[in-house]
Design a binder for this molecule. Sequence first.
Ligand code: HEM
Length: 490
Amino acid sequence: MENSKLIFVAPYLALGCALYFIALVIYRLYFSPVAHFPGSKLTAATGWIETYYDVFKGGQFTFQLQKWHEQYGPIIRINPDEIHVSDPDFYDVAYASSAPFEKMPKWRDRFGLPGAVQSTVQHELHRSRRMTLNPHFSKKAISNFSWFIQQRMDQLCDRLLREFKDSGEVVTLNDAWGAVTADIIINYCLGFDYNFVGYPGFVAPFTRSIKELALSVHIAGHFPWFLKLLQSSPDWLVGLLNPGMKPVFNFQNEIKKQITIIKESDHEKHSTERHKTVFADILSSNLPRQEKTVARLQDEATGVVAAAIETTKTTLSVASFHILHNPGILRRLRIEWREAIFSDPEKPTCYGVAQRLPRVSKYKAIQYDTYSIPPNTPFSMSSYIQHTSSVFNDCFSFSPDRWLTTAKVASAPGREEKSLDRFFVPFSKGTRWCLGQNLAWAQLYIGLSALFRRVDLELFETEPEAISSAREYFITLPPPETKGIRVIVK
Ligand code: HEM
């Protein structure tokens, strides 16, 4: 276009854009089907408020939601399209196992794994993917694999005793737990062994890069092209834009290679002696062909492996800190372990996936009190907000005894009293609840009892801040300057 024409058209274009945005804001504030829901007008008018708290303030949106709930009540509008509820009694409705809820389409690409079970939007497609995975993560299947979990936990303890005992050398437990959990899930799913537990200082580029994947969740959630751009960029550009992500992409390529090998050969060969690996089994299942492409399985494998590591590693790390920080509890645990009456004392003060988990009811409105959430409107709750609600008395203190009482609690005066367990939701509930919770519990039980029975640890310059929830990047993280849960072996 000639310069003179451009000068003539530009003001009209600018005016057109301005009018469009004014009309959009008026629609969102006064005519949208969710216009009558309580909440900040600014956040109802534009999604950039969420971007500001998530991306520019570094994982602060979940905490801001909590403040808005204090101001506006238990049900609020948190962006132009979405409703958030903070009411522990509503959890069973929002995540009902009988409801065919879908996931929010705009989050499909935030992990760069559109073919993974956790990214699947549609209910029916999710159901078929999930049904193929479920048998591998049942209590029985995990119990059959517990020999390997025990073996890897023992390997960790052996190494701590052999290399670090009385050396004064500092070990960062977050890295050690990251190495074991990564070894366990990769062996279980794919049948190959990187032996991360043997890495110097327990630090493997791969486990560090899974953390990078978590740290990119907000950027990728708000700017879905970000991960796509990285994934399709040559190595040198990834190194320039986000070098921490390189090992994740390398791992994805490795998975691609492994799945291609399994596909082209005898599936049985790629199952270790004692168990059939998850992906060898998926390949021999009767899932339709399009579900068994290398690209789809690459997403699924990366998704399951990534979902297993940061969550379990963080829970084990937080639990370790609390146990070491409370010598009375360590003494009690050792007595219970000696007498093999392991009750349930290690539900750690940890929120699992703290970010809200949006669901969409396609055809039916969802009722909350006098509010009817219209069909196709995403609604969500957050495990962080649930676990810091008044149902959990003195929620920030580590108090295993709260799980040993049979007393029931009500979420508000006059409401039904329920056992505290009913409000405990780190693995969520419903059709999309955690696939790997039996594996996670097995690692918690076996890992914590192996470590604290066999190895005498002392915290090294680790303050409670190291396990605080200062940022939310899907899971909660402490302030960036903290150095993890550091110990020396005595
Ligand atoms: C303490 C450890 C863990 C916690 C707190 C945790 C928590 C959760 C939560 C809250 C969800 C629901 C996410 C959503 O709605 O988007 C979830 C889903 C999932 N988790 Fe876990 N998880 C843990 C460990 C594991 C492990 C060990 C695995 C290994 C298999 C795993 C695999 C998955 C998968 C594949 C999903 C997606 C399920 C689906 O969409 O059907 N998780 N997890």
